[in-house]
Write a protein that binds this ligand. Structure first.
Ligand code: PHE
Length: 437
């Protein structure tokens, strides 16, 4: 074999069945489940919030997942490679997805670094959040998190991403279960669960609740970035898509709900403010860990959980870029990851320094929060375009196969119709609403 043919050009790596599911769960389960979902539910009608959220998962999230996986499995390439094959003019859609993914990764890894730092602090003693984020430490932990992510991705699909997920996801689930049981034994558990899950249906008449529920569903399932498309490209032709998608979406939803079961009893037992919002994990929780029995250990478990969740998601975002360089430029993985890490490091610096001194701000928001808001909106647009590019120029195979006994219900056809017209429309409508209101 001539020495200059990159290994990837010879044979594309393939997942094992279970490895693919665990890696996809790893991508879906992230900060969104443990840190974001509980406070969103807590401040948007408690149990009633589950209605828009679960509808968002079933009606929009799962169809998009299945669509991305199908395109990946069919074309066996990165987002850019796949879209180029679907239609040469659609190449730019792939490039936009990669750019958005790298932008998201840059600040997501900063928060991943916070989780790692707080894991360390739960051993050495907590630093107050304000003084932590106003120093240089967040940069250090961001760089460590970036390095770990980079190493995992450069090891490849089987030896890197799949092996990491096969070890970490079971650890994650075990820790989550232990923490949930512990929380439920605290004195404030009843009150906490009441606040968290007692439905206040009044919220459902507010369109904002619906938009929050839908966007949480999109964010949590990691759809629209080309992640699942990329992961799908390492599937074998004969591998199914629909069942794994249902498994991943259900696991993700259950884990989000359990995230709240861990958090709210602690909040109520230690007199914390349940409406603290984004500060809940890093400001309120450490206070509780300081005063609870076995607080050190519980704190360690909690922040390690957060870190694992974030790391396995970060890896999936970096893979979108890495696959693109490997497939398009025929670079090897290591070189691709090295270059991308430099880019992410540069992009992430202002996020890491968002709260230092005067802070780095854009449009009146700390840089990190600006990135989150801005890229969140861009994602709605790019998901809509991705959806149109795939559905209008390529007919995903899954939607032409009738599903067993329920074939009469014409589910695949209905889903195809929704993906072609309704879902892009809803995505754009959400964007317009966000911009106007
Ligand atoms: N789904 C992840 C979460 O819930 C977040 C994520 C966003 C992962 C974008 C990958 C890409 O936190």
């Amino acid at each position: 074999m001539p020495a200059n043919i990159p290994v990837e050009a010879v044979k594309r790596e393939e997942w094992s069945k279970i490895g693919f599911i665990l890696a996809s769960i790893g991508s879906a389960v992230g900060l969104g489940n443990i840190w974001r979902f509980p406070y969103m539910a807590g401040s948007n009608g408690g149990g009633a919030f589950l209605i828009p959220y679960i509808l968002g998962v079933i009606l929009f999230g799962m169809p998009l997942m299945i669509m991305e996986l199908d395109a990946g499995r069919k074309f066996k390439g990165s987002v850019v490679t796949t879209l180029k094959q679907i239609n040469r003019k659609m190449r730019f859609v792939g490039i936009i997805s990669v750019v958005i993914a790298l932008g998201v990764l840059s600040y997501y890894l900063v928060v991943t670094g916070w989780s790692l730092a707080y894991f360390v602090f739960s051993i050495t003693g907590f630093l107050e959040f304000k003084s932590f984020v106003s120093g240089f430490m967040p940069l250090g932990f961001f760089i460590i998190s970036l390095a770990i992510t980079g190493v995992m991705v450069s090891l490849g699909i089987r030896k890197g991403i799949e092996r990491m997920s096969t070890i970490l996801i079971p650890v994650f689930v075990a820790l989550l279960a232990v923490l949930a049981v512990y929380s439920l034994t605290l004195p404030g558990a009843g009150e906490g669960m009441g606040f968290y899950l007692a439905p206040d249906f009044g919220y459902l008449s507010n369109i904002n609740t619906w938009i929050m529920g839908f966007s949480q569903a999109f964010f949590s399932l990691s759809v629209g970035y080309g992640i699942l498309l990329t992961y799908g490209s390492y599937l074998r032709r004969g591998n199914g898509i629909t069942k794994p998608a249902i498994t991943v979406a259900s696991a993700d939803t259950i884990i989000s709900i359990l995230g709240g079961v861990v958090i709210f009893p602690i909040v109520f037992s230690f007199g914390l403010n349940p409406a603290a919002g984004p500060e809940l994990s890093f400001v309120s929780m450490p206070a509780a860990f300081g005063s609870m029995p076995f607080g050190n250990i519980i704190g360690m478990a909690f922040f390690f959980l957060l870190f694992i969740a974030a790391l396995t998601s970060a890896v999936s975002i970096l893979e979108v870029g890495a696959a693109t360089l490997v497939d398009e430029l025929k670079w090897n993985r290591r070189k691709s990851v090295a270059l991308l890490s430099m880019v992410v490091l540069g992009l992430g610096m202002p996020s890491a320094f968002s709260y230092v001194g005067e802070g780095i701000a854009l449009m009146g928001m700390p840089f990190l929060e600006f990135m989150d808001a801005f890229l969140g909106s861009m994602l709605l647009l790019s998901s809509a375009v991705l959806c149109i590019a795939i559905m209008w120029f390529y007919k995903p195979e899954v939607f032409s196969i009738p599903i067993g006994r329920i074939a009469k219900l014409k589910i695949p056809q209905t889903v195809r119709f929704m993906l072609k017209y309704l879902i892009p429309f809803i995505l754009v409508a959400m964007l317009v609403f966000e911009l106007v209101v």
